[in-house]
Design a binder for this molecule. Structure first.
Ligand code: FAD
Ligand code: 2HG
Ligand code: ZN
Length: 519
């Protein structure tokens, strides 16, 4: 890696030797489930910490277990130790006490399970890779867990159109590898790729690191199949790019967080794998310069820009302290990671060189480094992608995922920092600059009600006042459900409640999450 000062000859030299690289489009990540190997104390039960009352659902009986065994012999998990990791979220902030986890392999099995649960009034929680960050993927009480872990088959791939059809339990990274071998890639990428399932990605409408280039899943998902709470199978699994026949029902399930049904299969439009990828990490002294870098990126890199991420010095400190990563550009207040992806290395190099030269000459960046081989590019990406993991090592994390006008993006971090003073251990701001998405994270030694009261509703009111969204990409889940009104009108929430009631009249699908009850 070449850490360079602005204006030095070495940067010019480095820019000249920028190489085409494979980079993170093909890299392997460790599954995040290793997080559960930590010896950390279990969080309190959700019901106790958040004082929630159980709704009058039935309780699982021996007879129910026998019935599930008949549907899926050997795939009904009741061992307490085996269930533990599925009852606690990735952040270790919520905990349910489900007594059973079901592992269907087929849509028909999911259909039989839901039909039975609906008849019996048994509540269920769908679970993919359990990497969700809003407490949506684990039960609040004893809801039955339905895992998509064994629904991991690719159904078809059309190497002319790029349409991939697969089951919902395929791990995102496995799909990337499958496609990479065929010179295609997934239109979605995120730090949890080694564990998250594509069905979970759809259910949360995950954004991630490539949204700037390929857009939201709402655009790239071509179709899906879902099982409704009464067990009926909804087939919207087409692979057409254009289809204006009536309402687009699949959109209801994208971002529904397991509250309307279980997504069992989907089709997604995949782009060609770029043959030329470059990454630059740039240091800036002020957030206004970060914004200038972004504007310049768009001007100069145009169609080859594939990611534009930012992080502050506190985020950098977290990955250095807890993960021992090396910062190639010490002493900057902000960092911008720029990635280009295209199909013509020489052309991309020229564009990137011009962009870097201008960024330096205009004084937008104080130092910069470009990676020239795959390993080094992965190291640069790790600095950004692994912040979430580093924060989890720092203590209890209060997590806010906000979108707002770009010029306001960092003001909230500064105001939060001065508001909390020494009551917070660490306040960091980073995120998807190109999408106007801020990840504001606050850490403390342990969960602390006073700190929470200083943060909420302050963060939500501030965001709403500046016309932002209180959940840009992680969803609402259990933790943010009741804050929906900061970003949606009463009329819109009312329609959501009606839709929920129409599809799930007994309310068995992921209760206590996402949609607040009608007042
Ligand atoms: P789970 O966590 O298992 O479930 C999430 C929700 O979807 C739950 O409500 C669950 O009930 C529901 N659900 C799961 N599967 C189904 C299904 N088949 N049918 C219906 N409902 C279902 N998110 C982003 O948007 N961008 C990021 O950049 C990003 N980075 C992350 C980095 C890390 C390190 C981590 C831990 C998380 C990150 N996330 C990010 C959060 C993101 O929501 C998840 O990683 C991912 O989309 C969830 O997939 P999952 O399979 O783990 O779903
Ligand atoms: C990311 O962009 C994820 O890294 C996680 O969305 C953000 O942990 C967070 O706050
Ligand atoms: Zn994110």
């Amino acid at each position: 890696m070449n850490g360079l000062k602005v204006g030095s000859r070495r940067l010019q030299d480095t820019m000249r030797i920028l190489r085409r690289v494979e980079c993170r489009w093909g890299q392997i990540h460790l599954p995040l489930s290793c997080r559960f190997m930590s010896q950390a104390k279990d969080p309190p039960l959700t019901a106790d910490r958040y004082r929630v009352s159980r709704l009058p659902f039935s309780e699982v009986s021996m007879q129910d277990l026998r019935h599930f065994q008949k549907i899926m012999p050997g795939r009904v998990v009741t061992d307490e130790d085996d269930l533990k990791a599925h009852n606690i979220d990735w952040l270790r902030t919520v905990r349910g006490h489900s007594k059973v986890l079901l592992k269907p392999r087929t849509t028909e099995e999911v259909s039989k399970i839901l039909e039975y649960c609906n008849d019996r009034g048994l509540a269920v929680t769908p679970q993919g890779g359990n990497t969700g960050l809003v407490g949506g993927s684990v039960p609040v009480f004893d809801e039955i867990l339905i895992s998509t872990a064994l629904m991991d088959q690719v159904i078809s791939f059309d190497d002319v159109s790029g349409a991939l059809v697969c089951q919902a339990g395929c791990v995102l990274e496995s799909l990337s590898q499958y496609l990479g071998e065929r010179s295609y890639s997934m239109p979605l990428d995120l730090g949890a790729k080694g564990s998250c399932h594509i069905g979970g990605n759809l259910a949360t409408n995950a954004g991630g690191l490539r949204l700037l280039r390929y857009g939201s899943l709402r655009g790239t998902v071509l179709g899906l199949e879902a099982v409704l709470p009464d067990g009926s199978i909804l087939n919207c699994l087409n692979t057409l790019r254009k289809d204006n026949t009536g309402y687009d029902i699949k959109q209801l399930f994208i971002g529904s967080e397991g509250t309307l049904g279980i997504i069992t299969a989907l089709s997604v439009m995949c782009p060609r794998k770029p043959s030329a990828v470059n990454v630059a990490l740039l240091g800036c002294e002020h957030f206004s310069k970060v914004l200038q870098v972004f504007t310049l990126c768009r001007d100069q890199l145009g169609e080859i820009l594939s990611a534009c991420e930012f992080m502050d010095s506190e985020s950098m400190r977290m990955v250095q302290t807890h993960l021992k990563l090396t910062n190639p550009l010490p002493d900057n207040a902000f960092y911008v990671l720029v990635e280009t992806s295209g199909c013509c290395g020489k052309h991309d190099e020229e564009k990137l060189n011009i962009f870097l030269e201008k960024a330096m000459n205009f004084g937008f960046v104080t130092s910069g480094t470009v990676a020239t081989d795959q390993g080094k590019i992965m190291s640069l990406w790790a600095l950004r992608e692994r912040i979430t993991e580093a924060l989890a090592h720092d203590g209890y994390v209060y997590k806010y995922d906000l979108s707002m006008p770009l010029e306001k993006l960092y003001t909230l971090v500064e105001e939060t920092r001065s508001r909390l003073g020494s009551s917070a251990q660490c306040v960091v701001g980073y995120g998807h600059l190109g999408d106007g998405n801020l990840h504001l994270n606050v850490t403390a030694k342990s969960h602390n009600d006073a700190l929470l009261s200083a943060l909420e509703p302050f963060v939500y009111e501030w965001t709403s006042k500046h016309s932002g969204s209180i959940s840009a990409e992680h969803g609402l889940g259990f933790k943010k459900r009741d804050h929906i009104y900061y970003s949606k009108s009463r009329g819109a929430v009312h329609i959501m409640q009606q839709l929920k009631n129409m599809l799930d009249p007994k309310g068995i699908m992921n209760p206590y999450k996402t949609i607040p009850p009608a007042e």
